[in-house]
Design a protein around this ligand. Sequence first.
Ligand code: HEC
Ligand code: HEC
Ligand code: HEC
Ligand code: HEC
Ligand code: HEC
Ligand code: HEC
Length: 365
Amino acid sequence: MKTLLIAGILAAGPLVLSAAAQPKSVTPFQQHAALFLMKCAKCHTIGGGRRVGPDLRGAVDRHPHDWLIGFIMDPDKYLDSDPVAKSLLADNDGVRMENTHLTREQVEGLLQFIKAASDAPLPAPRTQSEAPTEALAFKVRMPNEGMHPSIPGIVVLLLILALAAFLWQVGERRGSAVAVVLALAAAYWSFGGRRYYHLLGNEQGYSPRQPIAFSHALHAGTLQISCLYCHSGAQRSDVAGVPALNVCMNCHRSVHQLAGESGTSPEIAKVLAAWDGRDGPKARTIPWVRVHHLPDFVHFSHRVHVANNIQCQECHGPVQKMTQMRQAASLSMGWCIDCHREGPGAAPAHWKRVGGPLDCSACHW
Ligand code: HEC
Ligand code: HEC
Ligand code: HEC
Ligand code: HEC
Ligand code: HEC
Ligand code: HEC
């Protein structure tokens, strides 16, 4: 019964959080689970593998009770002086556990929860709201994201080069020159040029340089931070929004350097500088360059699509592999309509409903 409850709670993170907002109807156990999701889940899972910090499955049995209480309540003190904590720090490439400013009572509760969740059968569900569908999302591909050299293109290239050589041999100098020009075009096309072939006004593939080299491949891929942790608006409003600096600082207050490197990373230094200057005379938010942009006469809402369980990657491509954000889909009217036409057979099974509106006034008003 208890394990079922845990599985349910872990899978339904947001429900727990909203339950926590109505204190009357929740048990202490649910409160501990909600506290874990709010304070610890961004860095730890219980049985879901490592995230920023170690997997906490069984952690309660790895250390004495008093050590755990002391460490969680004041990690900095332990990381500076305690030998066990120091060796953990070394194992985690110097990334420091954060002081979450909890009371002893709250930490006792968290340890109970971690113990109970460790006893749940494997594979334990992941702890973030979007997690149950994450594996699926990672498989989603955009059809036209051809990033690799095209094999047919290269074959054509070689044939044209052979033709050029032959024409040169038989003295057809002019014909040979034409073939060389054709070969150059084929080479451009085969090695990625086709990605930049657009209809007028089509911004597909647009990938501007950002003021800070923020990598989705690192944060959403390697560290597996849920998209909704940073783009929570996607669930409840029209716009997904770009996260405010304090979301970054949840981690970067303590994460200053890259794994295996010493000294502050120059890119993270920009984040810290913006944060330190937030109250100063030159305070301004990070000027992220907008990538996706529909014309003003089109109305698009994230909430409806995300609530229908359409994965971010179905519209944005393999974001978890992008070191620099780019627009993967065309965002043309045909693109919206093609998907809205998808019938029950053709649409993916994970959607709750199929078929979007086709009348003009649904998108233009
Ligand atoms: C900013 C990320 C971060 C947050 C937030 C965080 N931790 Fe940690 N935690 C770590 C890291 C990293 C380590 C490994 C030690 C180190 O390098 O500082 C760790 C270590 C631990 C350990 C020891 C694990 C072991 O395998 O021995 C426990 C227990 C722990 N954390 C519990 C918690 C709890 C409970 C919370 C929530 C109140 C929490 N942590 C929040 C990053 C974090
Ligand atoms: C750690 C926070 C964080 C996480 C996690 C994260 N993002 Fe982002 N996202 C950002 C920031 C910051 C930007 C703006 C900078 C940029 O475009 O790279 C951004 C930009 C974007 C944009 C482009 C916005 C525009 O200007 O049009 C899309 C699309 C996007 N994210 C989708 C995702 C998806 C899908 C996931 C999950 C796979 C995800 N993000 C996970 C922080 C995050
Ligand atoms: C849940 C924790 C977490 C959050 C939230 C987070 N980061 Fe990070 N970020 C990390 C970790 C951990 C690393 C270092 C990874 C490594 O060691 O390779 C990192 C690395 C970076 C780097 C260094 C990349 C490089 O190659 O130099 C930049 C820049 C960065 N983050 C920017 C941001 C920005 C901007 C935000 C807010 C939109 C953000 N991060 C939010 C955990 C986080
Ligand atoms: C049905 C397709 C679709 C899905 C699913 C989708 N997006 Fe978007 N996204 C768009 C379109 C279209 C835009 C451009 C909106 C505009 O310009 O008004 C956009 C814009 C964005 C932006 C830029 C800022 C903004 O709010 O307009 C971010 C960030 C973003 N999406 C993140 C996400 C994340 C995270 C998810 C998954 C939780 C997601 N999107 C799911 C189609 C989608
Ligand atoms: C990957 C498939 C997909 C793509 C791409 C897509 N949609 Fe949708 N859309 C849907 C589905 C499915 C529904 C029906 C949702 C429901 O019934 O809950 C829907 C519903 C809607 C609705 C009705 C709900 C509302 O907000 O009132 C509008 C408007 C809409 N989409 C606009 C757009 C626009 C504009 C685009 C292109 C920029 C777009 N959609 C791209 C699948 C998609
Ligand atoms: C599912 C959403 C959706 C529906 C339904 C829809 N449109 Fe569009 N429409 C779009 C989007 C998105 C664009 C912007 C395309 C771009 O920027 O390339 C657009 C652009 C346009 C344009 C500008 C010309 C162009 O191609 O860029 C016209 C005109 C137009 N739509 C007319 C209509 C008419 C008439 C209908 C009804 C038969 C209709 N639309 C139904 C989403 C929709």
